[in-house]
Design a protein around this ligand. Sequence first.
Ligand code: 13P
Length: 253
Amino acid sequence: MENRRPFISGNWKMFKTGPEAVEAAGKISMIVADVLSDIDVMIAPTFTALAPVADKLEDSPVLIGAQNLFWESEGAYTGEISAEMIASAGCECVIIGHSERRQYFNETDESVNKKIKAAISSKLIPIMCIGETESEREEEKTFSVLDKQIKKGLEGLPSEELKSLIIAYEPVWAIGTGKTATSDQAQEVHKYIRSLLENIYDADFAGSVRILYGGSVKPNNVAELMERKDIDGALVGGASLDPETFSKIVHYK
Ligand code: 13P
């Protein structure tokens, strides 16, 4: 049976200081409170804001996510943060393999795989980001790119360990560009991702995984995307920074 709770999330990227993040998180938790019985809402502030935001949202069901992690549990890895540290800062989720990390910080499908394993061992919900670039789409490589990202990203992970997995399809050409994929384009890809999960695992598992769309999601296009059968939520960048705008997206219905 397919019973996927909508998941609307904000990736704050490298924006907002700790106090700014706390203020925005506090506002968001109040203005989205009315839908939290039906929808999962997550915000992902920067590392330094995680603990203060978690403090602020202690009594709120709004989920908190980190934007990255390192796969080792501890050690001499200057500048890195482990899954356990993220969980103990008060996070429930972690974004893994965002295209900006793949593009600027040498993130690969192999590192994504290790990070997903680390997230799962610390009981964090992994949000695995995948997506093709503009030239890959033009060369009709979208499906083969996603195939590789998913197969390598999930390598060695049985479905029993992936019960909380969330996949975020974020076409690189739609991120921060104002160019949203049409709901037809997004639905086509989401359906493909689900069929791929069915091939690798089984229909039950494929039907249970939430697949989010990300890339220029705004209050005026979210409803059309969310209406589509295989689109279970959104990962919002720019439009999640302002609490009022993000709340409009959360209230898409
Ligand atoms: P924008 O919504 O700013 O296009 O960013 C999308 C994104 O990268 C979310 O992770």
